[in-house]
Design a protein around this ligand. Structure first.
Ligand code: GLP
Length: 249
């Protein structure tokens, strides 16, 4: 486990993009797991910059997003497909056919979730999974109480997640109550994980995830069980940490 405490969101994005780019350059058919939310925006902008400068190519990259709202039209500005198009896919040379998000409008959601997992398996699994963290410690949309062995499935969102994400919707009550998310068990199968966190709303979540017991009360604490997790956290999000962490190069 590596922890980088950095000064701000821009530095966090740069550091995370450097880690991802290094993996991309050494893995021929790279499978990238992606997250949404405001946290990874600076990382995606940096990846786009590196792509434009010819340092990395997305030509042979396949992506799988963590989650998507259930029942929200894919063209809705707050759908995670719209987010990914706007923040990353439109700015890099990735074939759109290589980008995958769970289909929150599938007639049979259980079958879609199973197929989503099968598609990831078929390409050899996720090489690097990008994560943010919810204020309540959720990863993807695995809310507190999610089984640490959970798989891709439909979930109900908590009040705190609706309060955090609701303001992005023009009418907050229009935010869906349900979402599709990769499970915690699914996420833990990624070969490498990079979690970013910024801002003081994440202090408790980061402290519980890194230094608390592994528990369903903080889904991100399950990452303590993974052998290769890099945490990139801004200093204002790291103020709840008590341990002396080794300084990283
Ligand atoms: C959202 C997403 C998560 C994300 C988290 C934090 O609900 N489902 O994948 O990490 O909440 O969002 P933000 O980065 O905007 O704080």
């Amino acid at each position: 486990m590596k922890l980088y405490v950095v000064k701000d969101k821009a530095t966090m994005g740069k550091k995370a993009a450097d880690v991802i780019a290094a993996e991309m350059q050494t893995t021929p058919h790279f499978v990238l797991g992606l997250a949404t939310g405001s946290t990874p925006e600076t990382c995606y902008a940096e990846l786009a910059k590196k792509n434009k400068a010819g340092k990395i190519s997305f030509e042979n990259v396949i992506t799988f997003n963590l989650d998507e709202y259930a029942g929200l039209p894919v063209k809705h500005p707050e759908s995670y497909r719209s987010f990914m198009d706007a923040k990353l896919f439109k700015h890099v040379n990735i074939p759109m056919s290589a980008t995958h998000l769970p289909n929150g409008n599938a007639p049979d959601l259980d079958a879609m979730c199973e197929e989503y997992e099968m598609m990831m398996d078929k390409v050899g699994g996720v090489d690097v999974q990008v994560l943010g963290i919810g204020r309540n410690g959720h990863i993807g949309f695995n809310e507190p109480g999610s089984s640490l062995a959970s798989r891709t499935r439909k979930v109900k969102l908590t009040k705190s997640t609706k309060e955090a994400n609701g303001p992005y919707f023009k009418a907050p009550d229009k935010m869906p109550d349900y979402a599709i998310t990769m499970g915690i068990g699914t996420i833990l199968e990624a070969k490498k994980i990079i979690l970013m966190a910024c801002g003081d709303t994440k202090v408790d979540a980061i402290a519980a995830a890194l230094e608390g017991p592994v528990s369903v009360t903080c889904p991100a604490s399950a990452l303590q069980l993974h052998p290769d997790v890099t945490w990139v956290v801004t200093k204002d999000a790291a103020t709840g940490l008590k341990m002396e962490w080794p300084e990283q190069d």
